[in-house]
Design a protein around this ligand. Sequence first.
Ligand code: PHE
Length: 399
Amino acid sequence: MFKNSTGKLLAYLALPFLLATGCVKEKKTETQTTTTTKAAAAPPSDEIVIGAVFPMTGAIATYGQESVNGIKMALDKINAEGKLTKKIRLIVEDNKGEPVDSSNAVRKLINIDNVHAIIGSVASSNTLAGAPIAQENQVPMMTPASTNEKVTETGDFISRTCFTDNFQGVVMAKFAKETLGKSKAIIIVDNSSDYSKGLAKVFSEEFKNMGGELLGNINEYTYTQKDTDFRSLLQKVKRTNPDVIFLPGYYTEVGLMLKQARQLGINVPFLGGDGWDSPKLQELAGPEAIKGNYISSHFSADDKDPQVQKFVQEYETNFKQKPGAMAALGYDGMLVMADALSRAGELSRENIKKAITATANFTGITGNITIDANRNAKKSAVVLETTPTGMVFKQKVNP
Ligand code: PHE
């Protein structure tokens, strides 16, 4: 259970979370028959209601769990600082990592809970399913983690506090070619994920631009979420004899694939993106297969920055685990949201949207956050090596 640093604030903070948990457990999400009305009714004025859409269960559950841990820590800080005159009530909806549940959750938060704004989600395909509903209802929706380019193209109410895949994909192509000196790549794509498809495209273009060779196109070596046996796919990959494999997937499939690849005698490094960043990855891949692979991500717990170290220590005290990228992104996302709320004046959704998109030079744990004209954040990425004892910092890449 999350503990507050000061006993006095505990009741103040605990109530919203009891309510939030209650919402996840008791209420069923709305079915798609709920009609969406343009510009939903004005939210209540005695409190600030923030909806959170995260995968708390299912194949990408660590993303949601880490995010909500980070958000709770941020709310603790927000309440302690007292910059907001009204209390934030957070309502967490579990989208199970599924697009349909994501749009249902967004509808429910708008139509039933009458939220001021929404934070979420993580997987780009999930956010892409919910964002059009938020946009249509003119409810601000800010994702701390969805990196696919299309997410913020949905409309002016949709923003993000993380970098995009156009940046992350280039970082990893350069790492493969320049740092590792690799020149023959295969890309394995999760066909059910907008994130995976987008990142694969950026990597392939950049790798080829730098003179690298792609052994096969990006539609050739594919899988879908929830697959568990990748052996025939990996046999096909092995026959092309690559010197590096780019696998922009999510940790559950990635972990199993790494394990099966090593069992089949594929010993070249695998590279991935932020989707690998989960405390579960090591466990799924096992101590042998996890070694010697690299990912791009948003944050490193090894970062010597005193502010980052303070966050890492507090997180470990609260949750008995090292924070991963999603914990840090959730924390920063909630702080940016609160900062926007403090600058919004009268808390209309229009004012909140304007305040979010005006965010500039916000010092976060995941870097310096400025939301640009396209409602994206240009931030540094880190390259991490996956090892049996966790992710190890390799390099920081500025935009
Ligand atoms: N960037 C991923 C996506 O858009 C989500 C993600 C972010 C996963 C950070 C893990 C950590 O789908």
